[in-house]
Design a protein around this ligand. Structure first.
Ligand code: NAI
Length: 404
């Protein structure tokens, strides 16, 4: 059955997605990766959180930059009689089709990555399909909650400051209203829950599972993504509940390094640039910061999206002939351009004067809106939205009967 599909935006989520638009988005990223992500890099890559944002870009860069076989794990929804599939579902369908056409192995597992069941499914698939084990594991989950598999306890992550309330500007992206928001400080429970969801525990569990089953190749690398950002967002990001979870992630690096010692493996953190994704649009204050950042970085020709960031990660920071490039804390810094003094001093100036009246001129709010809609396959010039499409799209490697 075909239908017209329009964006239905509620706050910071869009409840519909467009299959042709998502496929176009993936196609553009594949084209970029073919041109710019060439490395003698990994050959068998497991990506956890592979369907949107940084994880999807990582999968595309691995497959089309270094011709790697990929297994992608994610939590998405197929279409039903009443609703479209989620964007990550359509993205994956388009990715797998392109990979197959290019003779590149690509299989996907849809379900809760925190669960033992999904870990077991992934292990079975790797055992059956990949000899010699995985040589790169990318952990790119962004989730609001986790059900701990051992205990069944549900943890909810929050985006709150720690210690004291925080007031700053924020924007309603769709109406363009700029206003001050005050966020109450987190409780101890909020902090603990956010660490449980977005910290490193589940990353470690994945690596331990893979290691126990002997599925990690000699010299395996594993990578998780983080963000630091400028002082103006410290209370809500670096020093807030999500920052506490990221600190937990950093500590996990040592634990994983110990686990991988005998096979000469290495865990790494890449600190990435702030970008419009489903996860970042949920953080108060950050969308206004991103709108200003985009304006400044585009003016200086330094703007990058997910695929540009990950191509640079692969080519210059991870698989360059000079070896892995890190700072003195052993972080890979893909936020190096974002954090440049000239960029941040302009952002600060604009931040001090932005309001509802000057939002359209001082910031790249239009670019933000465009990127936000594009995440769901909308507002893309190459797509004819007046044409009806079939919302039911099959992901080649996922058995239809399980999710219909
Ligand atoms: P995103 O929302 O685009 O992607 C999240 C991915 O996780 C999707 O593939 C989704 O299906 C998957 N997922 C969520 N819950 C799941 C579950 N229970 N089981 C299996 N899969 C699940 O997020 P984004 O922004 O790409 O974030 C990925 C990582 O990058 C996060 O660690 C985030 O903190 C980090 N990061 C993001 C930045 C940004 O500005 N967006 C900046 C720097 C780091």
């Amino acid at each position: 059955m075909t239908m017209l599909i329009e964006p239905k935006i509620r706050g910071f989520i869009c409840t519909t997605a467009h299959p042709t638009g998502c496929a176009e988005n993936v196609r553009e990223q594949i084209e970029y990766a073919k041109q710019h992500a060439h490395v003698h890099g990994p050959k068998k890559v497991l990506i956890i959180g592979a369907s949107t944002g940084y994880g999807l870009a990582s999968r595309i860069a691995a497959a089309f930059g270094s011709h790697a076989a990929t297994i992608g794990v994610f939590f998405e929804k197929g279409a039903s009689a009443k609703r479209t599939a989620s964007a990550g579902w359509y993205n994956t369908a388009a990715f797998e089709e392109a990979a197959r056409n290019a003779n590149i192995y690509a299989k996907s597992i849809n379900g809760d990555a925190f669960s033992q069941e999904i870990k077991n499914q992934t292990i079975e698939l790797i055992k059956n399909d990949w000899q010699g084990g995985v040589d790169l594991v990318i952990y790119s989950l962004a989730s609001p909650r986790r059900t701990e598999s051992k205990t069944g306890t549900v943890y909810n992550s929050t985006l709150k400051p720690i210690g004291q309330a925080y007031t700053n500007h924020t924007v309603n992206v769709m109406t363009g209203e700029v206003f001050d928001i005050t966020l109450d400080p987190a409780t101890e429970e909020d902090i603990h829950h956010t660490e449980k969801v977005m910290g490193g525990e589940d990353w470690f569990d994945w690596m331990q599972c893979l290691s126990e089953h002997g599925l990690l190749a000699q010299g395996v690398k594993t990578l998780a993504y983080s963000y630091i950002g400028p002082e103006l967002t410290f209370p809500i990001y670096r020093d807030g509940t999500i920052g506490a979870a990221k600190k937990h992630l950093y500590k996990t690096v040592n634990q994983i390094d110990t686990l991988l010692h005998s096979i000469n493996g290495k865990a790494l953190i890449s600190v990435n640039k702030a970008l419009v994704t489903q996860a970042s649009s949920a953080i108060p204050v950050v969308p206004l910061y991103i709108s200003i950042l985009y304006k400044v970085m585009k003016n200086k020709n330094l703007h990058e999206g997910c695929i540009e960031q990950i191509a640079r990660l692969f080519v210059e920071k991870m698989f360059s002939p000079a070896g892995i490039q890190t700072d003195d804390q052993e972080f890979i810094r893909l936020d190096d351009w974002e954090m440049r003094d000239d960029i941040q001093s302009e952002v600060s100036k604009l931040w001090a004067s932005v309001n509802t009246q000057n939002l359209e001129t001082l910031t790249d709010i239009q670019g933000y809106r465009h990127e936000f809609q594009k995440l769901f396959g909308f507002d893309i010039a190459a797509v004819n939205y007046a044409q009806e499409v079939d919302p039911v799209v099959h992901i080649p490697s996922i058995p239809e009967e399980v999710f219909s």
